[in-house]
Design a protein around this ligand. Sequence first.
Ligand SMILES: *Cc1c(COP(=O)(O)O)cnc(C)c1O
Length: 245
Amino acid sequence: MAVTPGGAPPGSKTITAGLARATERIVRACQAAGREADSVRLLLATKRQPASAIRAALEAGAGLIGENRVQELAGKGPELASLPHEAHLIGPLQSNKINAALEWAACIETIASLKLAGLLAARANRRAKPVGVMVQVNVSGEPTKSGVHPDQATDLAYQIAQFHSMRLEGFMTVGLNSEDPVAVARCYASLREIRDQVAASGATGTRAATELSMGMSRDLEIAIAEGATIVRLGTAVFGPRDPTP
Ligand SMILES: *Cc1c(COP(=O)(O)O)cnc(C)c1O
């Protein structure tokens, strides 16, 4: 990994301390929201972190990781295989990477079209176990963000839920990039409302659709107050990232 002004990859002491701090933030946010501490899972956003740093985090107690790129997921996978953990894809899935994604990810959090869902379902059909998926919703409406429009999210979820080779686990979003906590909270609340509507529908395949993957290092407290079940944290644990893409 290139050394940049950001410095070398974080060492295991930095990571252990970062993980403890992040866990403490989650616990406090749960208390403030009147929620059980174990109702929120910490997903480590491991993009651009070397496998050695991820190993250190898993050895320090992390159990759930997320990669943005299938290439990184597959590249680091073999080095992490001996440590028990669950990996999610939290970035876009290209159709030519579906097989690798299925090999390395237990859940693909970024399904935003029926077309991609159909391709994934066809490949996943050959597997013994259904692959977990979440519908990614662009709740903030920012044009740079991926995800289905909120108005189309429930319909897409109902369609996805019908594929036998996939298990709809919930909804994911990248929150509004804003200093205004009220506006950020409103976006996260809208994802919760989508989840609640689908969960209450009783529609085929929606029973497991309970997850809300939302909140990052800068706003996990707001996300937890609005019902997040998974917060995705990178810098809060590893420190600033190497800025090269
Ligand atoms: C990088 C990333 C995160 C974590 O961001 P931090 O600000 O480092 O906590 C969460 N979700 C997604 C989709 C990401 O790409």
